[in-house]
Design a protein around this ligand. Structure first.
Ligand SMILES: [Fe+2]
Length: 401
């Protein structure tokens, strides 16, 4: 499998990685988006990954390119830097033009923010979006979000693209008070791959190769105090990765505490950390000695561990476990699924009916919703939204599109 880039390395310059629209959603790494290319399934599926996150809590976000009849389908947009577009044009020369761009989620801002720019880069492609698109802080029509109405269709309501190559089905919709959660999954028949967005993640102990292009977020979080310089080693990258996964998964993991302001300031502005890369030594985190044990429920040691992303489980489905199980049953009914390709973390991951059944059994046995350990913060957040009447106490799935 070829990886990293399809381009001549001398063409991978900072200007080719520029993303001018970053202020729309100011996430790390801001105006420079390095792209990691990988052929996922030979001559059929390819992955482009970029980092996106807050305060160095950056996780890979994936655009998946799929071979369909007569050309290519782009599943989940990414910022179309010159580097990304040049790589896509190499695939187009070999496999045919980009025929469609799919935004399969109603809620995932990090996936929808780049749809307008990507659609302008492929003016002939059909756009397909998940029903119930909403924007934050207020709901705007598609045109005002920069999505051209003329060539945009709504999944389910207007049918589905590439029916000869793909089977489509929905997770949700669910009313989550603040908006709507829904994502449309795609089963690619030729490769028996299931493409999902945020519903499932598969996480392994080794950091994704994307971080080889810029390990800064890992090195930042590998430290124990703000006055330690950012020092690169395989162990530092692994440690930083596990902590970053805990942050991204649980927002405030159980083994993390925030030190008093005076301690944070005492360790900052020391020699070696007086630079923006080290955030001038400001490091408002203290990890308990046994923090690594708490990664076991979300990170696989020998192979990627497949689970429902904790934020989705605890804030979207806390009172709707049965809707999630129904979706898993739809996957089982496909008969013959082999691979899972989510929009974050590892892909492809082995995903046969055995793995789906194992996941179902794990969910059946588990306490739902979780309130303990790493789940305390998410549980409290859900409770406070519930107490204030912001989220509904019963799952609701009726929407007018
Ligand atoms: Fe996402």
């Amino acid at each position: 499998m070829k990886s990293n880039t399809l381009l001549n390395p001398k063409d991978v310059t900072p200007s080719a990685q520029r993303w001018p629209w970053w202020p729309l959603l100011p996430l790390y790494p801001y105006g420079r988006r390095r792209t990691f290319f990988k052929e996922v399934i030979s001559s059929q599926i390819w992955s482009f990954e970029q980092l996106q996150g807050l305060y160095y809590v950056a996780v890979p976000v994936r655009l998946t390119v799929v071979k369909v009849r007569d050309g290519l389908m782009l599943f989940n947009p990414l910022p179309p830097t010159q580097e990304l577009l040049s790589e896509l044009s190499i695939l187009e020369k070999e496999y045919g033009p980009v025929l469609s761009i799919i935004l399969p989620t109603a809620s995932g801002l990090e996936h929808k923010i780049s749809l307008p720019a990507l659609s302008r880069a492929f003016p002939k492609a059909a756009l397909w979006v998940c029903p119930g698109q909403w924007s934050f802080p207020m709901s705007l029509p598609l045109e005002l979000l920069g999505i051209p109405r003329r060539r945009t269709k709504v999944l389910i309501n207007d049918g589905f693209p590439h029916p000869e190559s793909c089977i489509w089905f929905s997770l949700g919709p669910l009313d989550i008070g603040l908006g709507r959660f829904q994502e449309i999954s795609c089963f690619h028949k030729a490769t028996k791959s299931l493409l999902v967005t945020d519903a499932l993640v598969a996480i392994e102990a080794q950091p994704p190769a994307l971080f080889d292009l810029d390990p800064t977020p890992l090195l930042f979080h590998s430290r124990d105090k703000g006055d330690q310089i950012l020092k690169d080693s395989l162990e530092a990258r692994r440690k930083g990765w596990l902590r970053l996964v805990l942050f991204a998964s649980f927002l405030k993991p159980a083994k993390l505490s925030i030190p008093p302001l005076i301690n944070i300031l005492k360790n900052s502005f020391k020699p070696g950390v007086r630079n923006i890369r080290a955030h001038f030594g400001l490091f408002p985190f203290v990890w308990a000695d046994d923090w690594e044990n708490s990664t076991k429920e979300i990170v696989g040691t020998k192979e990627p561990l497949i689970s429902i992303a904790p934020v989705i489980q605890r804030l979207v489905f806390p009172r709707a476990k049965s809707s999630f199980i129904e979706w898993l049953d739809k996957i089982i009914s496909l008969k013959g699924v082999r691979w899972l390709i989510p929009a974050h973390y590892s892909a492809p991951v082995k995903f046969t009916n055995r793995q789906v059944n194992n996941l179902k059994v794990r969910l059946d046995k588990s306490i739902w919703p979780r309130e303990d350990g790493n789940w305390v913060f998410l549980g409290e957040l859900d409770k406070s939204l519930l107490d204030r009447g912001i989220v509904p106490s019963e799952p609701m799935s009726h929407f007018k599109d």
